[in-house]
Design a protein around this ligand. Sequence first.
Ligand code: PLP
Length: 401
Amino acid sequence: MKEQFDPASRIQDMLQFDEFGGVNPAITDSATYTFLDAETMTETFLGHTEGCFLYSRHWNPSNKFLADAIAAMEDTQSAWVTASGMSAITCSILQLCKAGDHIITSVTTYGGTFAFLKNYLPKFNIEVSFVDITDLDSVKGEIRPNTRLIYTESITNPLLQVSDIPSLASIARNRGIILMVDNTFTPMMITPARLGADIVVYSLTKFINGKNDCVAGAICGSLDFVNSLSNVNDGTAMLMGPVLDPMRSSSILKNLHTLHIRMKQHSSNAMYIASELKKLGLAVRYPGLPDHPQYTLLNTILNKEYGYGGMITLELESLALANEFMRMMQMEGVGYLAVSLGYFKTLFSNSGKSTSSEVPKELQRKMGLTEGLVRFSIGLDNNINRSMEKMKECMRKLNII
Ligand code: PLP
């Protein structure tokens, strides 16, 4: 029988310790590095040396430890870490695309990504087509001779559509197009590179770090691509300079080692909440419920043991009701009214008025993002039944149930 890919074991099997035997790699607290001779410095600038560090905007050993662990988890040749998820996305796109190129993207993506694609790239004469990524014919229909990139999220923000990564990869490969996937919602659950994605990007800010104490990102792909990003002459990451602080990369690396446990708990708690909301007859969307339109597809691409993830949406009648419900849930201690996700506590926000507010109202309506949609990132609660009871109490008070 084919052995299932296990991202957690890939991380566990890495031997990363410091030069004095400390079990955690030491933090390299230096912006610059000495060379024993000037010739080696020149060779390093030319990219001819292995394992030499020249300046921390280029590479820092602590960042390298984190990048290596993430590459192991994603089963890619290499990875690069950045100071935010947005810089991982923007550097990757700008590294790949030039003026005159064309990108096809899912219309439902994180609002910052949408804004970059819609409002920022036209400055560089890069055209973008926005499609329903679950409609493969419309993806194919948008391909042009200058299409360079197909961009999507494994599970989209905020509508929780599941991207058919294997089919998108084969569409892209046949036409010499690159497939880039944002896997922020589904680390460990989905391994996009094993399904055919060329580049995988992350906001590490979310589930991977899990503590909401910093903003960070990662880019995973071939060694050639990562080297191109860091090229001193034309590497976008090197020249734009969104470098992650090594103190932070060190703490993210330690948190990465508990990601598998956290993902399982996020998933089982979310499954419980989603099932209970469903029983109450509410308009809940969760990719782990059999009535989710891509439930069957998702089951074919999941690394099974991590569940269906921690993200749920609930559609309420109006914005006013959604706002009042969130205010009450925060007062009752269900979680926090805050954007972001992947935190140990439950977070909730109204997507249309927050993380997708960059998407024009008309388009929000067209893609099915309703005014009263509340997006939940379900936390690690030990007693999720208790949290559900608190949620129900709020619903009763507001006559939602
Ligand atoms: N990708 C997704 C799916 C996100 O939800 C976010 C932020 O919410 C980002 C990327 C951007 O990440 P960051 O805030 O770390 O820049």
